[in-house]
Design a binder for this molecule. Structure first.
Ligand code: UD1
Ligand code: UDP
Length: 370
């Protein structure tokens, strides 16, 4: 007699969780031993909806958590009570979540309170500095210590967890599911509907980290102004994150400037296309640090620490902080020096080979499908 399928609740909260969970959700949905419920906390509303629509995923449950300008304590409180109520109703065998957002931390905590095994996708990333990134490093630490399965992208993640006393048998090196998503989307080339000048080199900019709010973000914007002034053959595209702390500064310092295009966040497919089209990428994003090297694009990371040092070690990503002069100097070096550029545009992919979801499903199948 066939056994009852195991009920797996997959959590998605923000844009990057949607992108990185999508290939795994779709792979699990194909498994006969698994019954999948997709639970959207909608910590992000518009940004999450965009990516779920692209991958054809319709949430079974939607907590609709997002409020404009949400503060961390109120966000956390709403997530904990909302998730607890739903986990009570759904009564899952397993809960899976990805990354380091407040959604993930809350899901891991509520899974722990309810004694439901929790699987952490993209586990083991660390900067070892609770202030950078804030609050994500704390979210990862908490989720890491509450997980039954740790799906780490690279060997480095495994070493980080072993040093924290995590049982090696619970750690699985799978690669990052972002590469699964990227390869699927990058394979379908698209035309871009953006006001870009083909005769200019494109510098793509994204910035949204909480620890960069205020003066660091203003420094980043001033660096962009200087770069555009110094290099008449470049233009900058900045899809601005809707967080009001970002939007206000971007509009004030970069709005209405020649060769600087501010736009709404792009859907994932056009954003991948824009990364392919870019000459150089400036970012403080986690996901972009993983995708751009796979697409052969040099990345300057405007942060003081990164939990993704593999691409830095490979020499295809550089950590430049948020000091205006340093950003201008590092970007100008890549714009002016073809050899320096070539060394960084080598197209290495330390974070995965596109088969991470299959590996994660394999681990879960072995543990649950009997
Ligand atoms: C969150 C995550 C961060 C992740 C980022 C990905 C936390 C604490 N932060 O940061 O780790 O890198 O998502 O983008 O978990 N907003 C909208 N529409 C949206 C999304 C956001 O208007 O679709 C605005 C709202 O005003 C919202 C604000 O942005 O209140 C902040 O959203 P929040 O999820 O708290 O923080 P992010 O900065 O997006
Ligand atoms: N992204 C997108 N549209 C944009 C900017 C980013 O689809 O306008 C994608 C990007 O390709 C990456 C993910 O969003 O996969 C990264 O999300 P974000 O930078 O918001 O968060 P982080 O990765 O820093 O947590």
């Amino acid at each position: 007699m066939a056994s009852t399928p195991k009920h797996i609740v997959c959590i998605v909260g923000t844009r990057p969780e949607g992108i990185k969970m999508a290939p795994l959700i779709k792979a699990l949905q194909r498994e006969p031993w698994a019954r999948v419920t997709v639970l959207a906390t909608a910590q992000h509303r518009g940004l999450l909806d965009q990516v779920l629509a692209l991958f054809g995923i319709v949430p079974d449950v939607d907590l609709d958590i997002m409020r404009p300008g949400q503060a961390l304590p109120e966000l956390t409180a709403r997530l904990i009570t909302g998730l607890d109520e739903k986990f009570g109703e759904l009564d899952p065998h397993v809960i899976l979540a990805q990354g380091d957002t407040t959604t993930v931390m809350a899901a891991a905590m509520v899974a722990f309170y309810r004694r439901v095994p929790f699987g952490h996708v993209e586990a083991g990333l660390r900067t070892h500095d609770l202030g950078n990134p804030f609050p994500e490093e704390m979210n990862r630490l908490l989720a890491g210590h509450l997980s039954r399965w740790h799906f780490v992208p690279t060997e480095r993640g495994r070493q980080n967890l072993l040093r924290e006393g995590i049982d090696g048998a619970a750690i699985h090196v799978t690669g990052n599911t972002v590469v699964d998503a990227l390869l699927e989307v990058a394979a379908t080339g698209r035309t871009l509907d953006l006001p870009l000048d083909p005769s200019k080199r494109l510098v793509l900019l994204t910035a949204h980290r909480r620890e960069n709010f205020g003066e660091p973000l203003r420094e980043v914007c001033r660096a962009v102004l200087e770069l555009v002034e110094r290099h008449p053959d470049i233009e900058v595209l900045y899809p601005v994150h809707p967080n009001p702390n970002v939007l206000a500064v971007a509009r004030e310092l970069l709005g209405g400037r020649e060769r600087i295009h501010l736009c709404e966040p792009l859907d994932y497919a056009p954003f991948v296309e824009v990364q392919k089209r870019a000459y150089l990428i400036l970012t403080d994003s986690g996901g972009v640090q993983e995708e751009a090297p796979a697409l052969g694009k040099p990345v300057l990371v405007m942060r003081n620490e990164t939990e993704r040092p593999e691409a830095v070690d490979e020499g295809v990503v550089r950590l430049v902080g948020t000091d205006r002069e340093r950003i201008v100097a590092e970007a100008s070096r890549l714009l002016d020096d073809a050899d320096a550029y070539r060394q960084m545009a080598r197209g290495v992919s330390p974070y995965g080979d596109g088969k991470a979801s299959a590996r994660i499903v394999g681990v879960l199948r072995e543990a649950l499908a009997s």
